[in-house]
Ligand binder design. Sequence first.
Ligand SMILES: [Zn+2]
Length: 141
Amino acid sequence: MHKCLPTRDRLIRMGFSIDPVCPTCCQAPETRSHLIYERAYAIKCFKLLHSRLHIRFRVQDLVHWFSTVRRLTKLQKRFISACHVALIYWLWRIRNEARMNAVVRRSEVLVLQVLHDIKARVLALNNAPLLPRDQAWFQNL
Ligand SMILES: [Zn+2]
């Protein structure tokens, strides 16, 4: 999903004549990488999310990290992955809200919302009873 976001660098390559500067921070050209990985707001959101999930890695390393970690259950990995997708979606949505309404949600509020929403969805879709490890893990989020 995030590879097709109409960021300003992509719109300029398509021929649009627009300001290339990121509309939320005004400190760098708006690219996908800036929006998701480099912008101070996004970095803070991912750090908060990882802190709540008790994990440590850069979001760019997610795929590699998943293939090496053994201590998480399948459900925990699914949950962490869903949280990352949701946060990327919300970073894009917040970028648009900032442009339209000049309002940006606090990163702490956003991360709690992502955790709450994804927890409700993952648990609703999980048909099997939770493993004791998963129950304890979800209670500590
Ligand atoms: Zn920016």
